[in-house]
Write a protein that binds this ligand. Sequence first.
Ligand code: ACO
Length: 337
Amino acid sequence: MEFAARITGTGSAFPESRITNDDLAQKLTKLGVETNDTWIRERTGIRERRLSDVENPAEHNSSLGCEAAQKALEMAGKRPQDIDQIIYATCTPDTLLPSTACWLQHKIGASRAWAVDINAACTGFVYGLAIAEQFVRTGQAKTSLVVGGEVFSSILNWQDRDACILFGDGAGAAIVEQVPAKSSRRILSCHLHSDGNLWELLYIPAGGSNMEVTPERYSQHLHKIKMKGKDIFKTAVKTLEDFAVRALKQNQMTVDDLDWFVPHQANIRIIEAVAKRLHLPMEKVVINLDRYGNTSAATVPTALDEAVRDGRIKKGQTILFDAFGAGLTYGSILLRW
Ligand code: ACO
């Protein structure tokens, strides 16, 4: 029997420490790296970001995910025991073993669930939601918890000013529930793709099974991200447009049918370029990167949560999620709220 899937609750959580561009510039100056608020604001749209204190267990990735999930459960009117599956999208897990999803399960007390991490970098939440939708739509799960959470600061080289100014930490969560197949309020379509040929645009050389972190590699920052920002920028603009168009076409819709566009929050100039190509007014775009930077898998669910909670997103509206990330990975999801 076929069903449909609907998001019935959202939540988000961020570390306490708020680092403005000026704070960051001061920190980097001490490392001999020059940057400033004007450059960061004008080139990226970011004003500040939140950074986790790794000494504080409450700010570990799974703890932020747990707080976001508790808020999402509350909105959905569900308990942890109602969760059938936990899909945790992250590329900065608490530990390699066990998964961050299992840490979250332990912390939240979702004793009935099975739990798994997925890594699609910044597209992670979109991938996770698409996976959850499959299980829910085919009747194999009734209630799914999808989290996008990162402590991205743990993989930043603070001497690489191209990259380190872009990212922040945080987590967003969604409860996905089974609804009748004919329900108008549901996930309407999912489009996913990846291009492994573009691995070199954003990767971490060491720390996986193919390259151990030795003292020498540590001093060379090989356990931190390496990014070709300009190349990602160009690819991102094209693929975000492409995946938005694919979603609209499949549902016989045009941009005018969209109430809200929730793109991955990497750089305001990427988002503005995509909106322009789609002829989509910026008033319909949900933005939170000015206050949180690029939180990778957490950008889409935290932006969504903010717009749901402040009343911008209303029942029956049509929303498009659109993301790209390391891999490279791409994906879009169209839904009716
Ligand atoms: N502060 C001050 N100056 C800087 C900084 C900085 N933080 N970074 C670079 N500059 C300088 C450069 O050295 C260069 O100087 P030059 O002209 O003297 O050579 C100048 O600013 C311009 O540099 P560009 O690299 O041309 O800057 P650009 O406008 O391309 O912006 C950026 C760089 C912000 C990285 C942009 O390319 C971008 O956002 N790319 C996308 C990155 C991205 O989205 N990554 C995440 C992927 S998603 C995931 O999976 C995590």
